[in-house]
Write a protein that binds this ligand. Structure first.
Ligand code: 13P
Length: 249
């Protein structure tokens, strides 16, 4: 909490078509969303322009990824510059699916953070441990390593929100308990306090992601170091509104 604005992002991942996006935007535009929550949705890149054009200006649009160059011979990639041109103001970077399905390294994620910030986007870098890493007692080691690669590339902390997404909780229906989430968020903030500075540690928002639903959001949101959510599956459903309003519940 500590004056940090609650933030809820909907990561639509590789889902949706024009018809379902029409429905989702209508639902969000008509919903009563807590004005004290910052709301952002991340459609597939090809639908960013389409989504932006019909979504209320109160809701921001994010890319789910971008490359570390403005243009050039990078077949299949989308640049931060292009995301901005199509109306996105945020970009999710280093999502676990980018890291573990597409093999993105800590170094590449860091380079993307640097470039997206340079291009004027707000960035939402993600970190998180896999189940075997948690079970081996390496949760902090993995998260601090991934965080360091991001931190080393941040030029403007006001445009950064961090998402902690334990890989074992993503799309599995297995949510971290509010206590497990709080423990990691607190450790991340302490790491930032030591390795960046107290002001950043106190002001940067740390979101939880991993099987957040309308049913578990209020308990998670009650934890002092959980400043919002990055939501996958439930962001495609009406319950996303309940998650946006989790602090009101
Ligand atoms: O990866 C996520 C958000 O970026 C979480 O996905 P789920 O909410 O579907 O588990």
């Amino acid at each position: 909490m500590a004056g940090r604005k609650f933030y809820v992002g909907g990561n639509w991942k590789m889902n949706g078509d024009k018809a379902s996006i029409d429905d989702l935007c209508k639902m969000l535009n008509e919903a009563s969303l807590d004005e004290t929550t910052e709301v952002v949705v991340a459609p597939p890149a090809i639908y960013i322009d389409y989504t932006r054009k019909q979504l209320s200006p109160k809701i921001a649009v994010a890319g789910q990824n971008c490359y570390k160059e403005a243009k050039g011979a990078f077949t299949g990639e989308t640049s931060a510059t292009m995301l901005k041109d199509c109306g996105a103001t945020w970009v999710v970077l280093g999502h676990s699916e980018r890291r573990h399905v597409f093999g993105e390294s800590d170094e590449l994620v860091g380079q993307k953070v640097a470039f997206a910030l340079e291009q004027g986007l707000n960035v939402l870098p993600c970190i998180g441990e896999k189940l075997d890493e948690r079970e081996a007692g390496k949760t902090n080691e993995v998260n601090f390593r991934q965080l360091k690669a991001i931190v080393d590339n941040v030029s403007d902390w006001k445009r950064v929100v961090i998402a902690y997404e334990p890989v074992w909780a993503i799309g599995t229906g297995k949510t971290a308990t509010p206590e497990q989430a709080q423990e990691v968020h607190k450790d991340l903030r302490e790491w930032l306090n030591t390795n960046v500075n107290p002001e950043v540690a106190n002001s940067v928002r740390i979101l939880y992601g991993g099987s957040v639903t309308g049913n578990n959001c209020a308990d998670l949101a009650s934890k002092p170091d959980v400043d919002g959510f990055l939501v996958g599956g439930a962001s495609l459903k009406p319950e996303f509104v309940k998650i946006v309003n989790a602090r009101k519940a």
